[in-house]
Ligand binder design. Structure first.
Ligand code: G3H
Ligand code: 13P
Ligand code: NA
Ligand code: ZN
Length: 328
């Protein structure tokens, strides 16, 4: 059944686990997530980005997720809008049936320019006001996603600041977070701790200077009752990069957020962990491998099937590692 995100996050906090929030763009991704959740009995958060809405269109995404609810009636499922760039975008998502929205006021409406604090408070508060009136959950963001190594947001074409970011914007300030939550009444807060979107997060296996779990502890100590959200939390498994490279792909050396670091973060109040890239890597590797080994095949069902299996494997591993398995 479709549930509110607040309900799931409260349950996660009460029982000390985290929920992966997977981005979806097409049928096979939705199916992979649901098959994985059914096998390990986990609640599900599916989210649609602005890019997903451009690729598939909101009605297709909404009906795909509705189809998931119909096919798996016993699994609690949240339909979340990821990185809403304005109150109007959030309002439209709510009207079309999303049970949770992110108002990303860390950037102005262009999705590129870091905003000022007062703007962020104002738009986040506005969305909370109309969302809460009808039981919809709101995630807000304070601080800008970006690399502490380079100061860059990381993703070329998606959501993310353009140009070099101030070091102070790359780590959410705990005092400011406390004031922000008080002023906006958001249900969940996305924080900046050195992660960025996409495959190229870190040039080496991250240590505390470039991935600040310490900052999560400080924020959690200040606002223990706020559910924290980690964006840019794909682990970028080396074995998936190896498959892509083995079958003709060109991917440079790169590192993601280790699963063990996320497990520590969950101990300090992180309840929602956003993952898109790992599913992309898994599917791409599987498609490349299949087509390389079967050059005469041309039925998309034949290469989408191993892609779906590979995505499912990633989802199941995250449900298990974050502790949401068995919680449906
Ligand atoms: O928000 C970041 C997600 O990875 C979505 O990326 O805009 O390419 O769909 P996208
Ligand atoms: P990744 O690119 O690390 O998968 O992050 C996705 C995300 O944060 C979506 O909002
Ligand atoms: Na989100
Ligand atoms: Zn994100």
């Amino acid at each position: 059944a479709l549930v509110s995100m607040r309900q799931l996050l409260d349950h996660a906090a009460e029982h000390g686990y985290g929920l992966p929030a997977f981005n979806v763009n097409n049928l096979e991704q939705v199916q992979a997530i649901m098959e994985a959740a059914a096998e390990c009995d986990s609640p599900v958060i599916m989210q649609a980005s602005a890019g997903a809405r451009r690729y598939a269109g909101e009605p297709f995404l909404r009906h795909l997720i509705d189809a998931a609810v119909e096919s798996y009636p016993d699994i609690p499922l949240v339909m979340h809008q990821d990185h809403g760039q304005s109150p109007a975008v959030c309002m439209a998502a709510i009207r079309s049936g999303f049970t949770s929205v992110m108002m990303d006021g860390s950037l102005f409406e262009d999705g590129k320019t870091p905003s000022d604090y007062d703007y962020n408070v104002a738009v986040s508060r506005e969305v909370v006001k109309f969302a809460h009136a009808i039981g919809v959950t709101v995630e807000a963001e304070l601080g800008c996603l970006g690399s502490l190594e380079t100061g860059m947001a990381g993703e070329e074409d998606g959501i993310g600041a353009e140009g070099k970011l101030d070091h102070s914007a790359l780590l959410t300030d705990p005092e400011q977070a406390a004031d922000f939550v008080k002023q906006t009444d958001c249900d969940a807060l996305a924080i900046a701790i050195g992660t960025s979107h996409g495959a190229y997060k870190f040039t080496r296996k991250p240590t505390g200077d470039i991935l600040s779990i310490e900052r999560i502890k400080q924020i959690h100590a200040r606002i223990p009752n706020t559910h924290l959200v980690m964006h840019g939390s794909s682990s970028v498994p080396q074995e998936l990069l190896a498959i892509i490279r083995q079958y003709g792909g060109d991917m440079k050396e790169t590192y993601g957020v280790p699963v063990e670091e996320i497990q520590t973060a969950i101990k300090f109040g992180v309840r929602k962990i956003n993952i898109d890239t790992d599913i992309r890597l898994a599917m791409t590797g599987a498609v490349r491998k299949f087509l390389f080994e079967n050059p005469s095949k041309f039925d998309p069902r034949e290469f989408n099937k191993p892609a779906r299996e590979a995505a499912k494997f990633v989802c199941k591993a995250r449900f298990e590692a974050f502790g949401s398995a068995g919680m449906a």
